[in-house]
Design a protein around this ligand. Structure first.
Ligand code: NAD
Length: 256
C-alpha cells in the first residue's frame, strides 16, 4: 500500500459513518495521511469525534462553511498543528428541504442563495485558505463531489442541480488559478448513495432504482468506490486538473 505518512489532509463534510467524506477520510488515513476533520454543528461534532477515535491523532475542528471566521480559524489551527497541507476534500452540500421537492420554478431567492453559498462558494473559500499551506510545499490537490443533476434534470433535485453546475464551473476556474502553483482541483460525479444529504431529496429511492436498471454495470455504487477514485485523483493523478470524473457504474454514458 502507498505510504503517505508525513502528508496532511483536510476533510470537510463528515456527518456520520455513511458520509462519502468519511469513506475518503478512511482511505487517506489508511495510507498514513494525518487528517483534520470538521463538523458543521455541535450535534454532528459528537458523531465526528466518535468516528475519528479510530484515526491516528486527527484534528477535529468546528466549521460551518458559511462563516468566514470559522474557515479562517480552521486554517489557523491546521497551520499551527500541521504546518502544511497536501489534500483538501470538500464534500458539502445543502439546500432547504422545501427546495428539494416540487417545481424548480418555485425556487425561492433565499433557498437559491443558501444552496449556492453552502454548496459552491464554500469550495472557493476553502481552496483560498488551503492554497498558502499547499503552496509552501510546492504541490496540493483539492477534490469536491458533484452529481449528474448538474447536467441533466432529475425530479426534485432542483436548485441543487444549479448549485452542482456552478460547482463544476468553479472547479475549472480554481484549477486555472491554482495550476501555476501545482495545486490541482478536480470533482467526482458520484452515482446516488444513501446518506444524510440524499435522504433530503424526495423520491431518492426511485433514483437508486433507475440507476440499477439502466447503468452499464446494472448496479449502484458505494462510498468505498467513490473513495477509491478520490484517492487516485488526490494522490496520484498528477496531470489531471479541472476535471469531473464520473463514478456512477456507467449510468451517464447510456442513451436509454
Ligand atoms: P452527507 O450528509 O454525509 O454529507 C454532507 C455534508 O455537508 C454533511 O457533513 C453536512 O454536515 C455538511 N454541511 C451541510 N451544510 C454545511 C455547512 N453550512 N457547513 C459545513 N458543512 C455543512 O452526504 P453525502 O452524500 O456524503 O454528501 C457529500 C457530498 O457528496 C455532497 O456534496 C453531495 O452533494 C455529494 N454527492 C452525494 C451523492 C449521494 O447520492 N449521496 C451523489 C453525488 C454527490
Amino acid at each position: 500500500m502507498t505510504d503517505l505518512s508525513g502528508r496532511h489532509g483536510l476533510v470537510v463534510g463528515v456527518a456520520n459513518k455513511r458520509s462519502i467524506a468519511w469513506a475518503i477520510a478512511q482511505r487517506l488515513a489508511g495510507c498514513g495521511v494525518r487528517l483534520a476533520l470538521t463538523y458543521a454543528d455541535e450535534r454532528l461534532g459528537e458523531n465526528v469525534r466518535a468516528l475519528a477515535a479510530s484515526l491516528d491523532a486527527p484534528l477535529i475542528l468546528p466549521c460551518d462553511v458559511t462563516s468566514d471566521d470559522q474557515v479562517r480559524a480552521v486554517y489557523g489551527e491546521i497551520g499551527e498543528a500541521f504546518g502544511s497541507l497536501d489534500y483538501l476534500v470538500h464534500a458539502v452540500a445543502f439546500a432547504p428541504r422545501a427546495e428539494l421537492t416540487g417545481r424548480f420554478l418555485d425556487t425561492s431567492r433565499d433557498g437559491f442563495r443558501i444552496a449556492l453559498d453552502v454548496s459552491v462558494y464554500s469550495l472557493i473559500a476553502l481552496a483560498r485558505g488551503a492554497a498558502p499551506l499547499m503552496r509552501g510545499q510546492g504541490a496540493g490537490s483539492v477534490l469536491t463531489l458533484t452529481y449528474l443533476g448538474a447536467r441533466r434534470v432529475f425530479p426534485n433535485y432542483n436548485v441543487m442541480g444549479v448549485a452542482k453546475a456552478g460547482l463544476e464551473a468553479t472547479v475549472r476556474y480554481l484549477a486555472a488559478d491554482l495550476g501555476p502553483e501545482n495545486i490541482r482541483v478536480n470533482a467526482i460525479s458520484a452515482g446516488p448513495i444513501r446518506t444524510l444529504a440524499s435522504a433530503g431529496i424526495s423520491g431518492f429511492s426511485d433514483i437508486l432504482q433507475v440507476y440499477r436498471d439502466r447503468a452499464a454495470l446494472k448496479r449502484n455504487v458505494d462510498a468505498g468506490e467513490v473513495a477509491e477514485a478520490a484517492f487516485f485523483l488526490l494522490t496520484s493523478a498528477t496531470a489531471i486538473t479541472g476535471e469531473c470524473l464520473a463514478v456512477d457504474a456507467g449510468y451517464n454514458i447510456m442513451g436509454m
